[in-house]
Structure formats: C-alpha cells, structure tokens
Design a protein around this ligand. Structure first.
Ligand SMILES: NC(=O)c1ccc[n+]([C@@H]2O[C@H](COP(=O)([O-])OP(=O)(O)OC[C@H]3O[C@@H](n4cnc5c(N)ncnc54)[C@H](OP(=O)(O)O)[C@@H]3O)[C@@H](O)[C@H]2O)c1
Length: 249
C-alpha cells in the first residue's frame, strides 16, 4: 500500500482545523485518503477554506463548530459526526491557546481559558472518542516544547502541555485494550500557527535554539501526525514524539 492512500475509508476528526497546524494536519490526513471532520471554534471562514481545499483535492470534508472547553458542545459535535459518518477512526487534539504573564500578575481569565481549551478540551474530546474508536483507532494529542522547557512567564501554558502527556500515557493503557493507540506530538515553534503572533524577537530566539537555524513548518508536524495515524504505527502507543529540529529550548 502506498502512503498516499493508506487512510482510505477512515474518518478523522482534527480539532482546530480552520487554521494553523490543525489545518495542515487535516490536509495531510486527507491526502492519505481519510475523510475529514474539520472542527473549528471561531474561524468559520478558515474552516470553510480548509474544507474547500479538501474538496478541490477530491476529498470529503464535514465542518463542525464547537468550543472544546464546553463539554455539551463537544458531545453535540460528536452526535453530529455520528449522523454524518458511520465510523470514526482518528482523532487529533490540535486546538489550543497560549498565553503568558508573570506569576505576580496572575490573570485568572488566561488561566481559565488555557485550562478550558488545553486541558478540558482534549479530555472532553477523548472521552467522546473513547466511546466510538475501535481496533486500529488513533488519538493523537498535540503538546508543546514549552511543556519540556518552560520559560519565565509560560507556567500555565507549559503545565497544560505537560498534562496532555499524562493523558496520553493513561489513555494509551486504557484504550490499548480496544486496539486504539494514543500518542503525543510535541512541536517546537511552528509556522503557520500561534508563533506567528509572537514578536520577531521570539521567532529569532526559537530559530537560534535549533541547529537548523529555523522554526518548523506545520507540514512537518502534520507528517509526524500522519505517521502516527497510519497502520505502520500500530505498535507505537503511549509515546511522545518531539518534532522541534533538536532545539534545546
Ligand atoms: N505554532 C506553534 O509554534 C506551536 C508550538 C508548539 C505547540 N503548538 C500547539 O499546536 C496546536 C495548534 O496550535 P496552532 O499553532 O495551530 O495555533 P493557532 O494557529 O493559534 O490555532 C489555534 C487553534 O485552536 C483553536 N481553538 C482555540 N480556542 C478554541 C476553543 N475554545 N474551542 C475549540 N477550538 C479552539 C482555534 O480555532 P478557531 O480559530 O476556529 O477558534 C485554532 O484552530 C496547539 O495545541 C498548540 O499548543 C503550537
């Protein structure tokens, strides 16, 4: 089987697929044959653009809106997916928000936002996925190197991104009994994506941290996700894969 069609017949959900890394993951899984649930929260135009790109390439796209930090919205999204498709095989938790600030100026709005989207969100999505995924199923969680190398001011974001690794290991042991693999991809600074709204000095910092002297591309993250989604990764579960160009921060 060629890698181009190895996901033929499978249905995938990618959260946050209206822009950034999530969009590239959705396009890559479709390129390998998957039908796609294009999830978005606020980026309706972005989701439509992702779906248009999928359909132009001959793929199937089904757009679904949900705030992943609200469990009822996640439950409703999965109910809609059930109406549209008779199976679900691959779930990628890519939606995420970042934020920073000093400890002394703790911002409770930022705290709740990051806990909601980065911690509750993947949990609510995976809980629904757990009811549906069967043998050969895949959950892929997107973490961050800021979880590996926390910086001054990144404490909340870093903590939510480390938490997802604990989710991965626990869910892998639980869902492995059903033949489902669960893994983490840990990107470094990646464009297009949230790094694009950071100051140039931050981008320079992350470039200099890698011996490749650049930041990553969303396509490079999508390729790692596609491997984990593939049948070839059947024995990879509970793993965390760094995709950061050997950056040391
Ligand atoms: N880019 C990087 O440098 C980088 C590095 C390491 C890790 N990551 C991780 O990679 C993942 C994707 O990030 P990105 O760079 O693609 O970020 P991004 O371009 O800022 O996109 C964020 C995504 O999260 C979605 N989202 C935000 N709030 C949401 C909510 N309440 N409910 C549902 N979805 C919500 C957004 O959807 P809408 O636009 O539709 O609201 C959007 O698709 C995140 O988990 C992030 O932590 C990124």
């Amino acid at each position: 089987m060629t890698t181009t069609q190895q996901l033929a017949g499978r249905v995938a959900l990618v959260t946050g697929a209206g822009r950034g890394i999530g969009r590239e993951i959705a396009l890559e899984l479709v390129a390998r044959g998957a039908s796609m649930v294009v999830h978005y929260s606020g980026s309706e135009d972005g989701a439509r653009e992702t779906a248009a790109q999928i359909e132009v390439s001959g793929g199937t796209a089904f757009i679904q809106q949900a705030n992943v930090s609200v469990r009822a919205e996640v439950v409703a999204m999965f109910a809609a997916i059930d109406q549209r498709f008779d199976r679900l095989d691959i779930v990628v938790n890519s939606a995420g928000v970042s934020g920073g600030g000093s400890l002394a100026d703790l911002d409770e709005w930022q705290l709740e936002r990051m806990l909601g989207v980065n911690f509750h969100g993947p949990l609510f999505v995976a809980s629904e996925a757990a009811k549906r995924l069967g043998a050969g199923g895949r959950i892929i969680n997107i973490s961050s190197t800021l979880g590996e190398f926390p910086m001054a001011g990144s404490g909340i974001y870093s903590a939510t991104k480390v938490a997802i690794k604990s989710f991965t290991e626990s869910w892998a042991r639980e869902l492995g009994q059903k033949g489902v693999t669960v893994n983490t991809v840990i990107p470094g600074a990646t464009s297009p994506g949230m790094i694009d709204s950071a100051p140039d000095s931050a981008v320079e910092f992350f470039k200099n941290a890698s011996p490749f002297n650049r930041i990553g591309t969303a396509g490079e993250i999508a390729a790692v996700v596609a491997f984990l989604a593939s049948p070839e990764a059947s024995w990879v579960s509970g793993a965390h894969i760094l995709a950061n160009g050997a950056a040391d921060t």
